[in-house]
Design a protein around this ligand. Structure first.
Ligand code: TMP
Ligand code: ASP
Length: 255
């Protein structure tokens, strides 16, 4: 898979040392998890599709002035990224009630929110990414006030852009999760968008039929996950013909 040193392995991606100082290689796996990895599976070709979808969205965000860690896609499963220090605050943006918001507050799934809702969660697998307030991040030093402002501001701009992007291809952007990092450039430190944006971390509903085109198909045992992810890629105008399920990831090659 890679001769470079592994820096970190997460649930859906692996980070390797990059070719230059300050860079990393981000490898997209086919592994799928849900409910804090209580449910595990493999979706053949997911890494390939998510790599391409994330490239497409990060490139578009860069073009509208959102700074990101993305440098370039290297191959089917890898991208070159800037090394950042991940801010342990996950940012969730919601346009329509679903998932944990519906459960937590008893709001029927599908209820349109009057304005986009930005939520913060503490990034901790052991604790199940609990919902937090700004004050928790400040009190425990997870982010300072300027960073919290940047997270909220970027999240709203990214949401505005992505709602339009998906709407144009007949998809409602229900909600999504973002991660940001600190990028050090000499003495300067700036907050930039990190991680990925793909159907793993978004809720995407077909506008006409309401069909779920995201990881809820896996979470809720609906089946047809790869067809749904590929449908999103196809509508975005990427991966028009490749049969991604044939592009093995390292585990299959090794095993
Ligand atoms: P939630 O309704 O489960 O809180 O999820 C909100 C959105 O955030 C949904 O699109 C899925 C995404 N998400 C992740 O990407 N990773 C996570 O760990 C969680 C909890 C949610
Ligand atoms: N990403 C989290 C997990 O793998 C939660 C989720 O997406 O449902 O457990």
């Amino acid at each position: 898979m890679s001769r470079r040193n592994k820096i970190y392995e997460g649930k859906a991606k692996i980070l390797f040392e990059g070719p230059e100082p300050g860079t990393l290689v981000q490898y997209f796996k086919d592994d799928a998890t849900a409910f804090n990895a209580e449910k595990k599976g493999t979706l053949s070709g997911k890494g390939v599709v998510n790599n391409h979808i994330s490239e497409h969205i990060f490139t578009a965000l860069d073009a509208i002035g959102i700074p990101t860690h993305f440098i370039k896609r290297l191959n089917m499963r890898k991208q070159l990224i800037k090394a950042v220090e991940i801010i342990p605050v996950e940012v969730i943006v919601r346009n329509i009630a679903a998932g944990s918001l519906s459960k937590r507050l008893g709001i029927e799934e599908g209820t349109k929110l009057p304005v986009p809702l930005v939520e913060f969660c503490y990034k901790s697998d052991e604790l199940g990414d609990p919902l937090i307030a700004d004050e928790h991040a400040l009190t425990f030093g997870w982010a300072d006030e300027d960073e919290i402002d940047a997270l909220r501001e970027y999240a709203v701009r990214i949401n505005d852009f992505m709602v339009g992007l998906f709407s144009a291809i007949g998809i409602t952007l229900v909600d999504f999760k973002l991660e940001f990092g600190r990028f050090y450039d000499g003495d300067d430190c700036m907050v930039i968008l990190a991680d990925e944006i793909s159907p793993d971390g978004c809720r995407l509903w077909d506008k006409k039929t309401g069909k779920k085109l995201d990881k809820d198909r896996f979470r809720r045992d609906l089946g047809g996950e790869m067809e749904a992810y590929q449908e999103v890629a196809r509508r975005l105008g990427i991966l028009p013909s490749a049969d991604v399920t044939e592009i093995a990831d390292h585990k299959k090659k090794e095993g």
